[in-house]
Design a protein around this ligand. Structure first.
Ligand code: NAD
Length: 493
């Protein structure tokens, strides 16, 4: 189904362009705005309000004022709001998909996948809401009782990236609503429109005023800095680069904030000699090219057994060369534009560095002429160990391939990074798969699959990839405090 200019305008018109504070849609305190750009054309899609420092303060005041009542709202009521939000986002799947494709660039068909995934967090956390429990037990010496309760951690600040505009918002907002926390979200300035439409949906399905506040801004540090240092805030959940995450952890130390950090990745994708190579190539396409490679979970390093490296490389290069690079709204588009010129140029620099050090280019590798920030699917074979592309997050559709001889060598190559978000491996040997699961230094491991994300599973990393988990039964815990009440022996008067 082809998408017309009118479809695009209709969807853009659904989105509020203001900030959302204390249940009111309004201009920013100083009236400033910023443009949201279509990465496929470089043209302005919309102009949105840019929150000022005073708006950040107003958002925190609202979150703080509404915390007590919201925390006491019956779990079932909160669950029903999430359930209705899931239904509404699902009904509006085509609109959300088109909007994400316009502001972020991913093909509409792929964006529909993100809508399903993102909406699923609302349903998952709706189901979790009524299942928060505590416990009551005698102390070992029998002289007192131990009661343990869960309580919402309190007003929370969310800072989200541009690459999954819906899912990055719902996995935080869903968990916070389920736990009874009020919140402020600052979406990435590159893609604020999806979060704004989501906030409108949540308002329409009955989320009380002031529980969710949205403060998109071009002045991220200046606006969120004072919020992080304000004692009314109790929690910071950040998804983004490791560099910014490190700074935010340091800032959070001042008032010992609870933090969740979903940071960068450098995923190894290991192919053993006994793997089904066609399945491994399918998995590699998924793990490498989902979101044009602009994913923290993207396979960054293809680590392939030397006996199958040539065949795997050829098959992967053939598949990648056949993909259609086009604006996400075009029929049959497989690979949309990179988010902006700067990101596209840094991907190209990594490719040039590898080639200058001796890597072989099997497909792609040059910036196309014309509008937008496109980069072709690229495969590099025989990548030398000192190439920057093996140690830096690529965030683009480029697959560098290196070879190994033994399982130990594959594991050591895989672990040779400061990151530890996810790893993938293809092998028919289940014992080997289980050994890898115990030895790879990651928070998530995909065995014979190129995709691990699932709202019912705990998403997150170790090492410089972050702290905490989102989704799964663990996700809600990030928004709960454990409170112990010691009670005198009720049989002693
Ligand atoms: P980024 O760190 O540049 O920005 C993330 C968010 O932080 C944006 O909203 C940005 O405006 C804001 N920000 C930037 N500087 C800030 C500051 N000084 N103070 C407060 N906020 C600030 O990252 P990005 O380019 O938007 O996203 C890509 C990165 O995100 C990649 O490294 C990717 O791996 C990571 N990521 C991780 C996960 C995960 O779950 N682990 C998921 C998606 C993306």
């Amino acid at each position: 189904m082809s998408i017309s200019r009118q479809d695009e305008e209709r969807v853009l018109n659904l989105v509020p362009k203001q900030i959302y504070v204390a249940g009111e849609w309004r201009a920013s305190a100083d009236g400033s705005t910023f443009p949201v750009i279509d990465p496929a054309t470089g043209l302005v899609l919309a102009e949105v309000a840019s929150a000022a420092v005073a708006d950040g303060d107003a958002a925190l005041t609202s979150a703080h004022q509404h915390q007590e009542a919201w925390g006491r709202t019956a779990p079932r009521v909160r669950a029903e709001i999430l359930r209705r939000a899931f239904e509404k986002v699902t009904e509006m799947a085509d609109d959300f998909a088109l909007l994400m494709s316009l502001e972020m660039g991913k093909p509409v068909a792929e964006a529909r996948g993100e809508v399903a995934y993102g909406a699923e967090f609302l349903r998952w956390f709706s189901e979790q809401t009524a299942h928060v429990t505590g416990r009551y037990s005698p102390a070992p010496d029998g002289k007192m009782r131990i009661m343990v309760n869960k309580r919402p951690v309190g007003p929370s600040l969310f800072i989200t990236p541009w690459n999954f505009p819906l899912a990055m918002a719902t996995r935080k907002i869903g968990a916070a609503i389920a736990a009874g926390c009020t919140m402020i979200i600052k979406p990435a300035a590159l893609t604020p429109l999806t979060t704004l439409l989501l906030a409108k949906v949540l308002e329409e399905v009955g989320l009380p005023k002031g529980v969710l506040n949205v403060i998109q801004t071009e002045r991220s540090g200046a606006v969120t800095g004072p919020i992080i240092k304000d004692s009314r805030l109790r929690k910071l959940s950040f998804t983004g680069s490791t560099g910014v995450g490190r700074r935010l952890i340091a800032d959070s130390a001042e008032q010992v904030l609870r933090v969740s950090m979903e940071l960068g990745g450098n995923a190894p994708f290991i192919v053993f000699a006994d793997a089904n190579l066609d399945k491994a190539v399918d998995g590699a396409i998924l793990a490498k090219l989902r979101n044009m490679g602009e994913a923290c979970t993207a396979a960054n390093r293809m680590i392939v057994h030397e006996s199958v490296a040539d065949e795997f490389s050829r098959k992967l290069a053939d598949r990648m060369a056949a993909l259609k690079v086009a604006r996400g709204t075009e029929d049959g588009a497989n690979i949309g534009p990179i988010i902006d010129a700067k990101s596209r140029d840094s991907i190209h620099e990594l490719v040039e560095d590898a080639v200058s050090k001796g890597a072989r280019l099997l497909t792609g590798g040059s910036i196309p002429t014309g509008d937008g920030f496109f980069y072709p699917p690229t495969v590099l074979a025989s990548v030398p160990k000192d190439a920057r592309i093996l140690s830096e997050e690529i965030f683009g559709p480029v697959a560098p391939i290196v070879t190994f001889k033994t399982e130990d060598e594959a594991i050591s190559l895989a672990n040779n990074t400061e990151y530890g978000l996810v790893a993938y491996a293809f092998t028919k040997d289940l014992n080997r798969g289980l050994r890898l699961g115990e030895r790879l230094e990651v928070g998530m491991f995909g065995l014979n699959t190129g995709i691990v994300s699932n709202p019912a599973a705990p998403f997150g990393g170790v090492k410089a990839s972050g702290l905490g988990r989102e989704g799964g039964v663990e996700g809600i815990e990030e928004y709960l405090e454990t409170v112990y009440v010691g009670i005198a022996d009720p049989f002693e008067d």
